[in-house]
Ligand binder design. Structure first.
Ligand SMILES: [Zn+2]
Length: 78
């Protein structure tokens, strides 16, 4: 195992406005501390949660497909 990729952040506790305490952690991409619900479940990490939040995950996926479509269009030739 190397040092590839960002290290997962430790779980912290945050208190919501209604006083509810929830487990949260810092997203390694946007750096915002979000509740664990905001992170996708994954089996590739021992914590069981992705290191990036759902927003960043969607953003990255969107960018990926945009890039994918762009290169595909280019390859078709215009
Ligand atoms: Zn994020």
């Amino acid at each position: 195992m190397g040092l590839r990729g960002p290290a997962p952040r430790p779980i912290v506790r945050i208190e919501a406005l209604n006083g509810e305490v929830r487990n949260a952690k810092e997203c390694t991409v946007c750096g915002i501390i979000k509740s664990l619900d905001s992170f996708h479940r994954t089996t590739s990490h021992s914590s069981g949660r992705a290191t990036q939040c759902g927003s960043c995950y969607n953003e990255r996926r969107r960018n990926y497909y945009r890039e994918y479509n762009r290169t595909r269009r280019k390859q078709k030739g215009a």
